[in-house]
Design a protein around this ligand. Structure first.
Ligand code: 3EB
Length: 335
């Protein structure tokens, strides 16, 4: 059985834990913590928290096997693998005909796909992508768009297809740091879900870049006895257009309407009890720290004050988007 623990402070995580598949640390990590399990360090300032860093970890009740391959730290247990791939794009600044970020992105996904093939867990369920200066332009193209080319090329190169059955994801900009990609993969395919209010991202028109992003709005994964809902990073997009530019509170309401629609789609397919917004664990990326209070107010009014939410300051992949929200939960199947 898998367990997702969120909002742990550094005193609550054990670097030595043998039952941890992996996890993420948001904020400013305490110096000297280098756990034995794969850790994605997300250097993004926490908003509205007294802690300097918070951890999210995936735990497994089955024994874990650990490995390291081509820059990817990973652990697997009971048909599920969690890995973190970090690549310094400066390593790709010579010898490639493409931009370093595009080349690094393609190479990162190649390494992930090779690892998954070698381990016999081919199905990507969820991917968390972070890199510096996501809205910056170089080589005549916004960096998020460069990333999209490299990512899509890797999916096509490994004959995975770049539409339909693609993982849930997020792609977020940080102030600095390497290209960092965490992922969860399984022996069994997850079901990819879309949002009836939005054009599928893999079908976005070319206005948003020469290649469409390769992700689905959510995935529903079914490890033995459980059902995991991964809702992708969700923004204030209706159809394919950004709506409510310049208004963070209204963008937040639009995001909630989108998440609600994705959860309703998941409920058409789930075998466990229906998912509800109040039970999900949320990660909220806010572009401008000054918008935090109004976003929090809108969110907690809808989700309830007891909701599990972590807020961080980070950049979103379109410059007119002021926030993005992702969510995850696990259900146990009965009977
Ligand atoms: C959007 O809906 C907002 O490129 O992997 C959300 C989730 C977004 C994932 C990605 C991008 C990605 O287009 C941005």
């Amino acid at each position: 059985m898998l367990e997702l623990l969120t909002r742990l402070t550094s005193g609550q995580v054990s670097a030595a834990a043998v039952d941890v598949l992996g996890g993420a640390c948001l904020g400013q990590p305490a110096a000297g913590i280098a756990p034995g399990w794969p850790l994605q360090a997300i250097f993004a300032p926490l908003l509205g928290s007294t802690a300097t860093s918070l951890h999210e970890i995936w735990r497994s009740s089955a024994p874990c096997i650990a490995g390291y391959s081509e820059g990817i730290a990973w652990r697997r247990s009971g048909g599920v693998l969690y890995g973190v791939c970090e690549i310094n794009e400066a390593e790709f600044s010579v010898g490639s005909e493409y931009s370093p970020l595009r080349a690094a992105s393609q190479e990162a996904y190649r390494r992930i796909f090779r690892l998954l093939a070698a381990e016999g867990l081919p199905y990507l369920w969820r991917v968390w992508n972070y890199f510096a200066d996501i809205n910056g332009e170089s080589y005549g193209l916004e960096r998020y768009r460069q990333f999209n080319i490299g990512r899509q090329d890797a999916f096509l190169e490994f004959r995975r297809g770049a539409t339909g059955n693609v993982p849930a994801a997020c792609a977020i900009g940080l102030a600095s740091g390497p290209l960092s990609i965490a992922f969860i993969a399984g022996e069994q395919a997850a079901m990819a879900l879309e949002n009836p209010r939005q054009v599928s991202a893999y079908h976005y028109p070319a206005d948003y870049g020469p290649r469409s992003p390769t992700f689905s709005r959510a995935t529903l994964a079914c490890p033995p006895g459980q059902e995991i809902l991964f809702v992708s990073g969700t923004a204030s997009i209706f159809g394919h257009r950004t709506v409510h530019a310049g208004d963070a509170a209204t963008q937040c309401r639009e995001v909630l309407a989108n998440i609600e629609a994705v959860v309703a789609t998941a409920n058409l397919h789930c075998r466990s009890a229906a998912f509800s917004l109040g039970e999900l664990s949320y990660r909220v990326y806010v572009r401008h720290a000054a918008d935090f209070s109004k976003v929090e107010e809108v969110l907690l009014a809808r989700l309830g004050a007891a909701a599990e939410v972590v807020f961080v300051q980070a950049d979103i992949c379109r410059s007119d988007l002021l926030l993005e929200i992702e969510a995850t939960t696990i259900h146990v199947l009965v009977g």
